[in-house]
Design a protein. Structure first.
Length: 155
């Protein structure tokens, strides 16, 4: 999806160059440009709206629900189980910021298991960006810590 976005961005840059050339041809005011050549302004507005819609399409993904009990962490989508993660197999949970251009969108989450790793893209509302304690994957982290403390006490 990045390729279409780059192509549209390139076309938008081309349209901006054409607009600048037109502004140089009509130096008095931008009002003259809008009156004489409104199709350039409409073209730029349409391209901007298209960029925003395409950006929303790229980051849309799908919503999941998370449930947990003392044995497993369950990820469901539309009422169907997508994945079950057993706490006894989990080793760690890591977060890396996920950005699109300059804007943070959420986190890339890596759940390391004993023999493999699971990767998720977790889009987070802006207000929750710095409160990882509220993330559903933190349940796995807490269970890992609880298991490690339990093993230390058993020894």
């Amino acid at each position: 999806m990045t390729i279409p976005l780059v192509l549209v961005g390139g076309f938008l840059a081309f349209a901006l160059v054409v607009l600048l050339i037109t502004i140089i041809q009509y130096p008095p005011t931008i009002a003259v440009l809008v009156i004489r050549e409104p199709h350039y302004v409409l073209l730029l507005a349409a391209l901007y709206v298209f960029e925003v819609v395409l950006f929303r399409y790229i980051i849309r993904g799908y919503a999941c629900d998370y449930t947990a009990n003392r044995v497993e962490f369950c990820i469901t989508r539309k009422g169907r189980t997508v994945m079950n993660i057993l706490y006894k197999d989990a080793v760690s949970v890591e977060y890396r910021p996920m950005k699109f251009l300059w804007a943070e969108q959420g986190f890339h989450v890596t759940i390391k298991m004993k023999s493999y790793s699971l990767f998720f893209d977790y889009v987070v509302p802006r207000a929750m960006r710095f409160h990882t304690d509220n993330f559903p994957f933190e349940i796995i982290n807490r269970e890992i810590v609880r298991r490690e403390i339990g093993e230390e006490n058993a020894v």
